[in-house]
Design a protein around this ligand. Sequence first.
Ligand SMILES: Nc1ncnc2c1ncn2[C@@H]1O[C@H](COP(=O)(O)OP(=O)(O)O)[C@@H](O)[C@H]1O
Ligand SMILES: [Mg+2]
Length: 212
Amino acid sequence: MACRRGALIVLEGVDRAGKTTQCQKLVQTLRMSGKSAEMIRFPDRSTEIGEVINAYLDKKSDLEDHTVHLLFSANRWEKVPYIRRRLEQGVTLIVDRYAFSGVAFTSAKPGFSLEWCKNSDIGLPKPDLVFFLQLDPFSAAQRGEFGAERYETSDFQTAVQQRFDHLLLDASINWKVIDASQSIEDLHSQIRSYSEDVMELVARQPIGELWK
Ligand SMILES: Nc1ncnc2c1ncn2[C@@H]1O[C@H](COP(=O)(O)OP(=O)(O)O)[C@@H](O)[C@H]1O
Ligand SMILES: [Mg+2]
């Protein structure tokens, strides 16, 4: 590759672990130090598929479970040309949730295997680094009440956490598990440091393919 590419860095974790807070801070800090960085989030509710997902999450519509899973996956695939283009332009992308959330949420439902759930995301651009913000349900509860969206119940979130625990065993992924009970600033300095290292490391490497 002639030019340096950006890194694909994902933040995952249960509800209220601090993903959005840390994504925003990371992009801000990277930019202030002169680096090219941008935040994206999944689901991306701004697309046509995203609108369908949004109505489902708001409980304004009901959809069959396999269908919903595939829509969340399609919502990532529709963004792939953009992701590749930006990475190749040297922009580091900080991603608020990715395929791991997709797999953890659907496989927490009865009758879904991890393998089936991973299938539709095989071949997505592979993250160079995935932070998993680990937070126990008690600490998460202290950060506020659940909202009214679908999936925002403690039983379901516990099941999601168990599915994440399985995914964390996947050695093909560059996981960095972080104790999310720390202060926002302490978390940020660790996340920033790991991110800057990986940006340097992958700048001249090709973009990988997830689960291939
Ligand atoms: N390290 C932290 N310590 C205490 N509260 C936090 C921390 N990080 C985020 N919060 C607060 O917890 C809530 C959830 O944070 P958010 O970043 O939206 O989490 P997520 O995107 O993972 O659901 C927000 O009110 C946020 O201000
Ligand atoms: Mg969030």
